[in-house]
Design a protein around this ligand. Structure first.
Ligand code: PGA
Length: 255
């Protein structure tokens, strides 16, 4: 069965010292307060330079996991400034976020490049958290479903069944990211159910049932419970609120 996941995407925030302090607060609070049947996986995605140290600081338990925010599509070689999937795996990463709208928008990552990054991540044994989501313009033009369906087809559905099994999907409407404007739980549920339907078509019903689909976009301690109560919402990819230990812990407790 699919997992529930709360992933914190720190983006380009914190210093090394602040990052270490933040992760220690989070792990302490979660260990003290999240008990009982809450089986949610917590994935911490700090900036590259802190990955190794933060990974070392995560308690050895099935609860905490380390993720990166991006990786190169290349395996190794003369690519100054790039970070390969294998490097990430070698410092303890299990997950990597790919196709975040900020990467698509500011770094011109398109479906073709993302396909290559997915392959590179999977070849290195990483689990991709693959992001899709429409702009406000697309939503207002009533074109959300077409748009998401194309992102899934062009970016993701070229994977084999075995490869696809490793993938987590994050639905992140661009208009909700960092804006304080969250999708309503009904809007999130509608798109999540649609994504699951597309998976069933591209693969099969079992793959659709087993795929974790996260919601991202101004999710916070106040709205998480309502969002996570939707049948097709399996957790969240959290930006701003993942930088505050109290808020992030409350989100994890929302399950
Ligand atoms: P936000 O970011 O929670 O700050 O809106 C979510 C994301 O971009 O992953």
């Amino acid at each position: 069965m699919r997992k529930n996941i709360v992933a914190g995407n720190w983006k380009m925030n914190t210093t090394y010292q602040d990052g270490l302090a933040l992760v220690s607060e989070i792990t302490n609070m979660v260990q003290d307060e999240v008990t009982g049947p809450n089986g949610v996986e917590v994935v911490i995605c700090p900036p590259f330079p802190f990955l190794f140290a933060i990974g070392k600081q995560l308690p050895a338990s099935s609860r905490f996991h380390l993720g990166a925010q991006n990786c190169s599509e290349k395996e190794s070689g003369a690519y100054t400034g790039e970070v390969s999937a294998k490097m990430l795996q070698s410092v303890g990463c299990e997950y990597v976020i790919l196709g975040h709208s900020e990467r698509r928008q500011y770094f011109r990552e398109d479906d073709e490049l993302l396909s290559q990054k997915l392959k590179a991540a999977l070849a290195a044994g990483l689990k991709p958290i693959f992001c899709v989501g429409e702009s406000l313009e697309t939503r207002e033009a009533d074109d959300t479903f077409n748009f998401i369906s194309k992102q899934l087809k062009d970016g993701l559905f070229h994977l084999s069944n075995e490869e696809f099994d490793q993938v987590v999907i994050a639905y992140e409407p661009i208009w909700a990211i960092g804006t304080g404007k969250t999708a309503t739980s009904a809007q999130a549920q509608e798109v999540h159910a649609f994504i699951r339907e597309q998976i069933a078509r591209a693969y099969d019903a079992e793959a659709a049932l087993n795929t974790t689909i996260l919601y991202g976009g101004s999710a916070n301690a106040q709205n998480a419970r309502e969002l996570f109560s939707q049948p097709d919402v399996d957790g969240g990819l959290i930006g701003g609120a993942s930088l505050k230990s109290r808020d992030f812990t409350e989100i994890i407790k929302s399950f």
